[in-house]
Design a protein around this ligand. Structure first.
Ligand code: ZN
Ligand code: ZN
Length: 346
C-alpha cells in the first residue's frame, strides 16, 4: 500500500510503497477514507522526547471502511461498515479496558501511529482493534467521522473537569484542541467562553465556534484577568490550557481566581517552571487530561448524528499523498490552518 513514512527529524515524510497491515485474529483492517494531521504528529517528527522510530507511519485521527475482520471476532461490525477507532490496540479484557479506557490497558497497549508496531492512518489501510472500534451511523459524514478524535479530546477535558452549566470558562489557545473544547463548553451551557489566542485566523475560528469573547494571547496575565472580570462580571471557574507550550501553566496560575480549576489538555513535552505558591494561596486545583475514553468517541458520534454538534468549520483543507510532505512541513510553522485531512484513497 501507499503510505507517508517518517524517516528522521528534520526530513519531510516520504511517500512509499510499504507492506499492507496484517489483520490479527482479534483485529480489523480499515481502508482509510480520511486522516487528520495532528499537532502531535508535527511535533513528534521534529524529534525530542516524542521522536518515533524510523519507518513510523503517523495518523491517529482516521475514519474508514472495514475491509477485513479477524477470524476470532464475533461482532455486529461487518465488512463494508464505515467505522472509527480509538487509536489504540489494547487487550480489551483488563479492568481499564472493560471500563472503556484502553489508554490505561495493563497488558501491552499499543498506540496507533506513534511507532511501527501499529502503523497509523497516513496510509491506504490501517489495523484496528475490535474493542476500540465504533460503527459510524448513516447521518454522520466522513468529514465529521474524521473529526471525532480531536473533538473527543476536548470533550474528555471538559468531562473530567468540575465544569457545570452556567460556569465561566477561559480557554488558552484556539488550535484544534482549544476549538473542540470551546464547542463542548458551548454545548454544555457555559455562561462565558473567553478565549486567549495569538493567531488572527484562529481568533476568527474561535468566534465562529462559539467563543463569547476573544482576547489577544499576548495579553499579560494580570491584564487578562481584569478584562475577564470587566467583560463577564466574574472570574473564570475553570481555565482550560489548550496551548501546550512552556510558561502557560504559570500564566494560568496567575490568572486563576481562588478555588478555581486549571485543566491542562495541551501537550507540552518540554521542561516548564511555575510557582506552586500561587496555587497554594488560592487553593487551586491543577488537573491533567489524557486522550479520551470510548464513550467520549461514542457521545461525539451520537451528538453529530443528532445534529447537535457541528464541527464543519474545523476543516481547513483536504489533500492527497502528492502534497502531504510539503503541507506537513508547512504546518509546523503556519498557525493559519485548523484541521488538514489526508485522503489516502482518492
Ligand atoms: Zn491528535
Ligand atoms: Zn486491557
Amino acid at each position: 500500500m501507499k503510505a507517508a513514512v517518517f524517516k528522521e527529524p528534520g526530513k519531510p515524510l516520504s511517500i512509499e510503497n510499504v507492506k499492507d497491515p496484517m489483520c490479527g485474529e482479534n483485529e480489523m483492517i480499515l481502508k482509510v477514507e480520511q486522516c487528520g494531521i495532528c499537532g502531535t504528529d508535527l511535533h513528534a517528527s521534529d524529534g525530542g522526547s516524542m521522536e518515533p522510530e524510523t519507518g513510523t507511519i503517523f495518523g491517529h485521527e482516521f475514519s474508514g471502511e472495514i475491509v477485513e475482520i479477524g477470524k476470532n471476532i464475533k461482532s455486529s461490525l461487518k465488512i463494508g461498515d464505515p467505522a472509527v477507532s480509538l487509536p489504540f490496540i489494547s487487550c480489551g479484557q483488563c479492568q481499564h479496558c472493560m471500563n472503556g479506557n484502553p489508554f490505561f490497558c495493563s497488558t501491552n497497549m499499543q498506540s496507533t501511529g506513534m511507532g511501527p508496531e501499529v502503523q497509523g492512518g497516513y496510509a491506504e489501510y490501517v489495523r484496528i482493534g475490535l474493542p476500540e472500534s465504533i460503527k459510524i451511523p448513516k447521518g454522520v459524514s466522513w468529514d465529521f467521522a474524521t473529526l471525532v478524535e480531536p473533538l473527543a479530546v476536548g470533550l474528555h477535558g471538559v468531562r473530567i473537569s468540575k465544569f457545570k452549566q452556567g460556569h465561566r470558562a477561559l480557554v488558552i489557545g484556539a488550535g484544534p484542541i482549544g476549538l473542540a473544547t470551546i464547542q463542548w463548553l458551548r454545548f454544555f451551557g457555559a455562561r462565558h467562553i473567553v478565549v486567549a489566542e495569538i493567531s488572527e485566523e484562529r481568533k476568527a475560528m474561535a468566534e465562529k465556534m462559539g467563543a463569547s469573547l476573544v482576547i489577544d494571547g499576548k495579553t499579560p496575565a494580570e491584564e487578562l484577568a481584569n478584562i475577564y472580570q470587566e467583560e463577564t462580571g466574574g472570574s473564570p471557574d475553570i481555565i482550560f490550557e489548550c496551548a501546550g507550550i512552556p510558561t502557560v501553566i504559570q500564566n494560568c496560575l496567575e490568572i486563576a481566581a481562588p478555588f478555581s480549576e486549571i485543566v491542562v489538555i495541551g501537550v507540552c513535552d518540554k521542561p516548564d517552571t511555575f510557582m506552586p505558591f500561587l496555587g497554594i494561596i488560592k487553593e487551586l486545583t491543577l488537573k491533567f487530561a489524557i486522550a479520551y475514553v470510548k464513550d467520549d468517541f461514542q457521545f461525539t458520534i451520537d451528538m453529530m448524528e443528532q445534529g447537535r454538534i457541528n464541527p464543519a468549520q474545523m476543516i481547513s483543507q483536504q489533500i492527497g499523498f502528492d502534497s502531504l510532505p510539503t503541507t506537513f512541513e508547512s504546518l509546523k510553522t503556519s498557525k493559519d490552518q485548523c484541521k488538514v485531512m489526508i485522503c489516502p484513497n482518492h
